[in-house]
Write a protein that binds this ligand. Structure first.
Ligand code: SF4
Ligand code: SF4
Ligand code: FES
Length: 234
């Protein structure tokens, strides 16, 4: 059966403005092809089509794009889950470099801001900093983020304030270290977030939870962070 695609195209070196290009692909009935497989075949039809991908296993986070209106990883989105013409656009809210490839700088700037690494100012033990199984379990649902950007680029608060609102992905990472029993920078981390925008701009719309391909819950992490800020202020 012939499947129809409508794909966002824009090459700033030659195009005055973006446009949507139609493609058709023969796909066997019952096929388990993913959107990324289709894009790779469509690139054979038009080698100028540009997209990012690497692992094709939902691990590297490089092929986040907007598919039929929802941010997702192309490599784990089955064609069979989509209806009608498949419309592929870049992740919203970030500058387009070319076609569905976006400039992730604003996303990574926010990630860098939360200092996403363990900080501990106590003398290192002889072997390693231990955690109890219970302490380690607190990191489940936090450490698995693959930084695909699907959540942050689906968040209206980030669209309006990309330089001031840290966004769901980076706030999840921030909480990953706030929740880590080995990290001693809690006060500094919370002080860095304690302004009108960084964490409080989240409006609880939960687009981020809805799109996360790893099933993570940035909204919950943001709520926990706010609680910690409030407790610290007492
Ligand atoms: S819950 Fe908060 S962070 Fe998540 S999409 Fe909504 S406003 Fe953005
Ligand atoms: S929280 Fe989920 S959607 Fe957001 S960057 Fe991490 S893996 Fe992607
Ligand atoms: S190609 Fe790596 S997550 Fe899709």
């Amino acid at each position: 059966m012939a499947m129809k695609f409508s794909i966002y195209r824009y090459n700033p070196e030659v195009d005055d403005k973006p446009y949507m290009q139609d493609f058709e692909l023969e796909v066997a009935a019952g096929s388990d092809m993913m959107v990324l497989d289709a894009l790779i075949q469509l690139k054979e039809q038009d080698p100028t089509l540009v997209f990012r991908r690497s692992c094709r296993e939902g691990v590297c986070g490089s092929d986040g794009m907007n598919i039929n209106g929802k941010n997702a990883l192309a490599c784990i989105t089955p064609l069979s889950s989509l209806k009608g013409t498949i419309v592929v656009r870049p992740l919203p809210g970030l500058p387009v470099i070319r076609d569905v490839v976006v400039d992730m700088k604003m996303f990574y700037d926010q990630y860098e801001k939360v200092k996403p690494y363990l900080q501990n100012d106590e003398p290192p033990p002889a072997r390693e900093r231990l955690q109890s199984p219970e302490e380690r379990a607190k990191l489940d649902g936090l450490y698995e983020c693959i930084l695909c950007g699907c959540c942050t680029t689906s968040c209206p608060s980030f669209w309006w304030n990309p330089e001031k609102f840290v966004g769901p992905a980076a706030l999840l990472q921030s909480y990953r270290f706030l929740a880590d029993s080995r990290d001693t920078a809690t006060s500094d981390r919370l002080a860095d977030l304690d302004d009108a925008y960084s964490v409080y701009r989240c409006r609880g719309i939960m687009n981020c939870v809805h799109v996360c391909p790893k099933g993570l819950n940035p909204t919950k992490a943001i709520g926990e962070t706010r609680q910690l800020i409030l407790k610290q202020g007492i």
